[in-house]
Design a protein around this ligand. Sequence first.
Ligand SMILES: N[C@@H](CCC(=O)N[C@@H](CS)C(=O)NCC(=O)O)C(=O)O
Length: 250
Amino acid sequence: MLTLYHLTISHFSEKARWALDYKNLEYRSRVLTPGLHILTTRRVAGSSTVPVLVDDDTDTVLSESTDILHYLDRIRPDPPLFPVDAELATAVVEVEDLIDVGWGADASSFAYCHLVQSPRDLRRRWSVGLNVLQRGLLFASMPLITPALRRRRRLSPEAAPEYRAAAMRTFDDVEGRLVANGGEYLVGDGFTAADLTGAALLGPFVRAPGSPWAQDEAGQSPPELLAFREELKARPLGQWVLSMWERYRR
Ligand SMILES: N[C@@H](CCC(=O)N[C@@H](CS)C(=O)NCC(=O)O)C(=O)O
């Protein structure tokens, strides 16, 4: 049996969830509490991040989203995420890696630079998908978690433009590849791990309908994040992300 340890609002977790659902695989979902997730991921996988996938049947523990996608492609080849054609497969891995490394952390650090300014709002966002006990734990641990997050990820309003600029360099690069490939898919002429990764990791920033980030309707985003969202949605890649959610995720 497969078990996925994840955070509802984590875009890397969404990458793994999407892959499991795309392949129509059954799995046990273990939603963790932000900040406290590390107690579980350390115990299960010796890692500090989510997602973590465990396959009891093969004694496999994976703590990198890319490894999870490759593993799922091996145990459930159809529908494929990585093309059989070696050249296309290499291109898919390259784009997936580009988005993971060049967008994943920088775009999220940019958002958190602003979100940590209001711990109350942050708690509201992090509460999506948590049960009552987890909400209580989150409430109690916020005064410790928020300063630790600020320090560890070097989050401040002053640092935000640098993270934003770094993320946008990747955005421009990926958008260029999308347009050069005809505008429908990032690589080749079908849905691959590259598209799934792009749509999952950019999903929070365009607040894709049907995504966990669209569930938090109550709160208002900081103006910097609202402006970022509008800027992305006005671009071909932003529109493409929304269309991927519509076509492949809902
Ligand atoms: N390279 C990892 C990155 C995963 C990652 O950064 N996950 C974030 C959530 S989106 C996380 O767990 N952050 C918590 C932490 O760093 O303590 C992967 O692809 O799985």
